[in-house]
Design a protein around this ligand. Structure first.
Ligand code: CA
Length: 228
């Protein structure tokens, strides 16, 4: 299992790396966002641990750009206590979870394990079938989506679960709260806005005209409805 750790604080970085290595992970430690993105382009990781406050580009921008590059690896943000807005932003831009500093190493290791386990298929998502959603096809086993215009997009954990949830409930209006519960469960505490941001992203892949959606329909004051 390979973890990419991005942290500019020497003490925290050393501690985290040591604990991960003791748990059997191979750790690549980078101290800036630029170096992290370069490393991500060069190899596959099972989990990404991202400090928000980095010299140069921030951890949030790294998460954003990683998702744009099609990286589906679980992202766990490490945040300072006073960065509430950043936490929400991080989740909106594709991070899966966050942990506030100072954190217990045990807690960090448990979260890393949980995210890796879930991203590797023990998910409550059918892994043996191709789902058709709107004009896109999702291969759950490869965790890849072919967009309406034929591009391949690697899916993050949450994106895959959300697509499977919509697919399972055709014609049914799902509330934002239901979606949060089903997709995020006990993880972190994303807001209903997070759901909206994920939907915006999915529509771009599934709908030829994302501004006039025909498959993932907004139900005003409530949530979303999937129409095959
Ligand atoms: Ca920092």
């Amino acid at each position: 299992m390979r973890v990419l750790l991005v942290e500019d604080d020497n003490l925290i970085g050393t501690m985290v790396r040591l604990n991960l290595e003791q748990d059997g992970y191979a750790v690549d430690w980078q101290r800036s966002g630029e170096a992290a993105l370069q490393t991500l382009r060069g190899g596959r990781f099972d989990c990404l641990l991202l400090d928000i406050g980095l010299p140069g580009i921030s951890g949030i921008d790294v998460a954003k750009q990683a998702r744009k590059l099609g990286v589906g690896t679980p992202i766990l943000m490490l945040t300072a206590r006073d960065e509430t807005d950043s936490k929400v932003q991080a989740l909106d831009y594709g991070a899966d979870d966050y942990l506030c500093k100072p954190f217990e190493m045990k807690e960090l290791l448990a979260r890393v394990r949980a995210h890796i386990r879930r991203s590797q298929g023990s998910l409550e998502v059918p892994t043996d079938q191709e789902l058709r959603i709107g004009l896109a096809t999702v291969n759950m086993e490869r965790r890849a989506l072919t967009t309406h215009d034929g591009l391949i997009q690697e899916l993050s954990d949450k994106e895959a679960v959300l697509l499977a949830l919509l697919h399972k409930n055709p014609g049914r209006a799902l509330s934002r709260a239901d979606i949060l519960e089903e997709v995020w469960g006990m993880d972190a505490t994303p807001t209903e806005r997070t759901v909206d941001n994920f939907i915006v992203r999915l529509r771009r892949w599934v709908e030829p005209e994302p501004d006039r959606p025909r498959h993932i329909i907004t139900v005003r004051g409530w949530g979303y409805r999937y129409e095959p």
